[in-house]
Design a binder for this molecule. Structure first.
Ligand code: HMG
Ligand code: MG
Length: 309
């Protein structure tokens, strides 16, 4: 049997967070259901962040409540996750499960960066302050037996600071590892926020990150989160597979982009399309479990939600 890779579709979160026009909650639910039908391993459903910062995802609780109310979907569903920046977000995320007949949120994702400027712009906090904010989140996640993912953005370059050294990424992993006193961190998600990576730069950062993980977070896995600005994300996936990475984020329809990575006149780039990731994995002999025809339906649906700019 061929070796599996894990695919987390982030279209409902990263894909939609930057959309300027309000998208009805019912449309988001349709997209998430189509991803469930396509058999992706995980879906990043939404974010429990400030609606002033990300208005598009202000309905996170409603989206989860609607998913929880549909028993048909509880029979066979992917892991559902959501972004959580601080204790307030964690309280809202925990409510989702407390209000549901059966658990519907499985994983919370905290997020920081390897660039101080990006961290400030994205979360109004230094990298150290973001990590301090995560302590009560991780403690609560551990109490509720939720999985924890920790994102690091700008692993190759920052839209404001330019190139980022791999050593900076390793240093953030080391600082995140100190949070293990509060509870487990299961996954480090490395984000090439603006799609600046090429095979050589992604290899350098994966090697530096892997060494630090062996030292300070040996039980966590690395996930790679690529944006595809220059059409190099596919080549970066190939390099990552060669280096043993088996967990990837992608977005149906290639949607995506962080509003706080946008610069004047230039919208933040989309995530690698899930269809491209599946195609590369298949050609390399990896198993994804994804149904291509159903994924194509999800991709079309995702693109139909994108406003013409
Ligand atoms: P702040 O303004 O510094 O927070 O924002 P604050 O603690 O001073 O609170 C200000 C207001 O926000 C208060 O409300 C709080 O109650 C409220 P007010 O009194 O003004 O009415 N508030 C919240 N409301 C709802 N949920 C919360 C929450 N926290 C405070 N959790 C904060 C700090 C972190 C909240 C803000 O900066 C924020 O929400 N940032 C989110 C930015 C974001 O979501 N960015 C996109 C995701 S990251 C990304 O896309 C990159 C990634 O894809 C990987 C990659 O590609 O690299 C993951
Ligand atoms: Mg992203």
């Amino acid at each position: 049997m061929s070796e599996p890779i894990r695919i987390t579709d982030v279209a409902p979160r990263d894909g939609l967070q930057n959309e300027p026009k309000p998208i009805p909650t019912s449309e988001k639910i349709k997209l998430i259901r189509s991803l469930c039908e396509a058999s992706v391993d995980e879906v990043e459903v939404s974010s429990f962040v400030s609606a002033k910062w990300i208005p598009q995802l202000g309905d996170a609780a409603e989206v989860f409540a609607a998913l929880a109310a549909d028993p048909k979907h509880l029979e066979r569903r992917p892991v559902f996750s959501a972004l959580v920046p601080n204790e307030k977000g964690m309280l809202a995320a925990a409510e989702v499960n407390h209000n549901a007949a059966e658990r519907i949120l499985d994983k919370v994702s905290v997020f920081t960066a390897a660039s101080e400027t990006f961290s400030q712009r994205n979360t109004n906090a230094t990298i150290d302050q973001t990590i301090e904010r995560f302590a009560p989140v991780i403690a609560a996640a551990s109490r509720d037996r939720l999985l924890v993912r920790a994102y690091i953005s700008c692993i190759v370059a920052c839209p404001f600071e330019g190139p980022i050294a791999p050593a900076k990424v390793a240093d953030v992993i080391r600082r995140l590892a100190t949070l293990q006193d509060h509870g487990p961190i299961h996954e480090i998600d490395l984000g090439d926020t603006i799609g600046a990576a090429a095979p050589e730069t992604i290899a350098a950062v994966l090697e530096a990150a892997g060494e630090e993980m062996n030292r300070s977070l040996p039980s966590a896995v690395i996930t790679l989160h690529l944006h595809d600005t220059f059409g190099r994300a596919g080549a970066c996936v190939e390099t990552a597979l060669d280096l043993g990475i088996r967990s990837f984020d992608s977005a149906a329809g290639g949607l995506g982009g962080c509003p706080y990575a946008s610069t004047p006149g230039k919208r933040a780039p989309g995530n690698i399309a899930t269809s491209l990731l599946v195609e590369i994995a298949r050609k390399r002999g990896f198993e994804t479990g994804i149904e291509p025809r159903k994924l194509a339906i999800a991709g079309s649906l995702a693109q139909s939600l994108r406003s013409a700019l």
